[in-house]
Write a protein that binds this ligand. Structure first.
Ligand SMILES: O=C(O)CCC(=O)C(=O)O
Length: 285
């Protein structure tokens, strides 16, 4: 792929307003990015994984903490990691992660050569779906990758609002560095620790309809709330970094989470480890 596309050649490039919001607030929203039909395909695959109809490694599935802790009896899945890496007889998640509708704006922010980091599908079920505490994804990424800014895309599969547990952000918090994160007490989702000193009163709820996408700087403090509604609140989250990033601890590479080639060139820093295609599921998985 030609890595030197100009801003004019990228159909989905950032607008000046989006760039201003990115710089000032650390995020922006676009509406009608994906159609219902396109999102239905991803939703169907993820539903089949959650309901055990597709083979998928257990270590990429996070159970709902209420179910895990025996507090309720219900279908237990809350989130799935890295569907795009793992072969579940589908390429759709990988194609979505590389879709220029998501990656063109990321190129404007990070440059032409992109790798994909963690990818998450949150299957927040009606009534029991749990929220996540205030955190910064960059706190996690810094432990694995030496890189500058990283970009998150949060694609709404369902309408997301306060009632069903939409994303909340603290505008401008990307300018304040990465905070310490601490373990939460009690029955909570295990995925994210709590950022120190983040206050609910500084946050805003980012309510968006299905098909819309939020791009946010991974240093932005964000959280989500529990799903109190009768509706699902499903979202697909894909993260991007500049391909010149390197392993923070090369001797302790977690082989289950290699970065994924997205577009442009790769570089020696982690060249051999970059994943270009889905990983076959092994017997031991
Ligand atoms: O979608 C959510 O409920 C929270 C997602 C989140 O915090 C994240 O992906 O970092």
């Amino acid at each position: 792929m030609n890595t030197n596309t100009t801003s004019e050649e990228r159909k989905f490039r950032l607008t000046p307003e989006e760039r201003a919001s990115w710089d000032e607030n650390g995020y922006f929203v676009r509406y009608d990015v994906f159609t219902k039909e396109e999102n239905d395909i991803l939703a169907q695959i993820a539903d089949e994984i959650a309901l055990g109809k597709r083979t998928f490694p257990d270590y990429h599935i996070f159970e709902n903490a209420l179910v895990r802790d025996g507090k309720i009896e219900a279908q237990g899945v809350q989130a799935m990691h890295n569907i795009q890496y793992v072969s579940c007889n589908c390429q759709e998640f990988l194609a979505r992660t590389r879709d220029p509708r998501l990656t063109d704006p990321a190129v404007d922010i990070l440059g032409p050569d992109l790798l994909g980091l963690n990818n998450l599908y949150i299957w927040k079920p009606p009534k029991i779906g749990l929220g996540f505490p205030w955190h910064q994804d960059k706190w996690y990424f810094n432990r694995q990758y030496k890189t500058g800014t990283t970009v998150a895309t949060w694609s709404a599969i369902d309408d997301a609002d306060k009632e069903n547990g939409c994303l909340h952000v603290i505008p401008g918090s990307h300018k304040q560095g990465v905070r310490d994160h601490k373990e939460l007490e009690g029955s909570q989702q295990g995925e994210f620790k709590q950022a120190e000193g983040a206050r609910d009163e500084d946050g805003v709820a980012v309510e968006i309809p299905a098909g819309a996408v939020i791009w946010f700087n991974s240093q932005v403090l964000h959280k989500s709330t529990d799903n109190h509604s009768d509706r699902f609140r499903r979202a697909n989250i894909a993260h991007y970094m500049n391909a010149k990033g390197e392993w923070t601890r090369p001797e302790a590479i977690n082989k289950k989470r290699p970065p994924m080639w997205i577009r442009g060139k790769t570089y020696p820093g982690m060249g051999d480890e970059v994943q270009h295609d889905v990983i076959p599921i092994l017997e031991s998985d």
